[in-house]
Design a protein around this ligand. Structure first.
Ligand code: GLU
Length: 275
């Protein structure tokens, strides 16, 4: 039995790229085993109106899914439990660095900004803070990022791999990310943590999603090993692009399903536009 999911974040209206991704997951699942999940843990970027629009647009496209739909913001206790487990293993530490401090420290160590988002791999500054200083700063800091000690985590799990239906056997290199943030004071669970916990709890056997998330799977594989979650099969698909070869983006209103529907397009027209 294959169980897939489509897991959009309600930060805007769904566009043609989402339609392709949702249809891809729907086709890969056997009857009734395509799940919809709403990834709305970030209260600043996510809006209930966009969640309602996701349901509406996907129904219009002709997709069906079992109820209830998992809405991540309603399951914070599950993510807190996973964080506690990692904390209990001594693998989480609080980080007090600002983006600017990370940049200065990373550049000092000779690092270059990451090509995708211009950010820097965390240089590990707070990993070695003495216990007393850590406790004092925890008590006084408004902004705290909880980071996973990737080196210690990998020591614990040993070598890991996963399988992608397009690219085959993949040796996981979560160390290439540096110590990722798994929770913040204002958003107490990260994408990496929630997606790993949810795919496990929902019995997802095949994760289909865009290639832009390919590298994240190394982190998810590490978290699965630490938290005792099974490893699904993966199929990362190329991102759809417009006629000029540009990725569809939420900020381009003309390619949202909503706008296309208002302009008189049918679900069949949408399928024809993306295949
Ligand atoms: N919520 C993520 C997004 O909208 C997708 C997560 C996933 O498929 O793992 O980009």
């Amino acid at each position: 039995m294959t169980v897939t999911r489509f897991a959009p974040s309600p930060t805007g209206y769904l566009h043609l790229g989402h339609a392709w991704s949702a249809l891809f997951a729907h086709r890969a699942a056997q009857d009734g085993n395509f799940l919809l999940r709403i990834e709305d843990i970030d209260p600043v970027r996510c809006r209930p109106a966009f969640t309602a629009a996701i349901f509406d647009d996907l129904r219009w496209l002709g997709l069906t899914w079992p109820e209830p739909v998992r809405i991540q913001s309603q399951h914070m206790a599950d993510y807190a439990a996973a964080l506690d487990a990692l904390r209990g293993m001594g693998l989480l530490y609080p980080c007090f660095c600002t983006r600017r401090e990370i940049e200065v420290e990373a550049r000092r160590a000779g690092a270059a900004p990451h090509a995708e988002d211009g950010g820097f791999i965390y240089p590990g500054t707070c990993r070695a803070l003495p216990a007393a200083e850590r406790a004092a700063r925890l008590a006084e800091s408004a902004q705290v990022n909880w980071r996973l000690d990737i080196g210690a985590a990998m020591k614990r799990t040993g070598a890991l791999s996963w399988h992608d239906r397009a690219k085959g056997h993949i040796v996981a290199r979560p160390d290439l990310f540096g110590d990722v943030v798994l929770a913040r004071k204002d958003v107490p669970a990260s994408y990496h943590l929630c997606v790993t916990v949810d795919d496990h709890l929902q019995g997802v056997t095949l994760v289909t999603r865009g290639e832009d998330l390919f590298a994240s799977t190394d982190i998810h594989r590490l978290l699965q090993a630490l938290l005792g979650c099974g490893t699904p099969d993966y199929h990362h698909h190329p991102l759809r692009t417009d006629a000029a070869g540009r990725r569809y983006a939420k900020r381009d209103q003309s390619v949202t399903l909503r706008a296309l529907r208002d302009a008189g397009k049918t679900p069949e027209d949408i399928e024809a536009m993306i295949t």
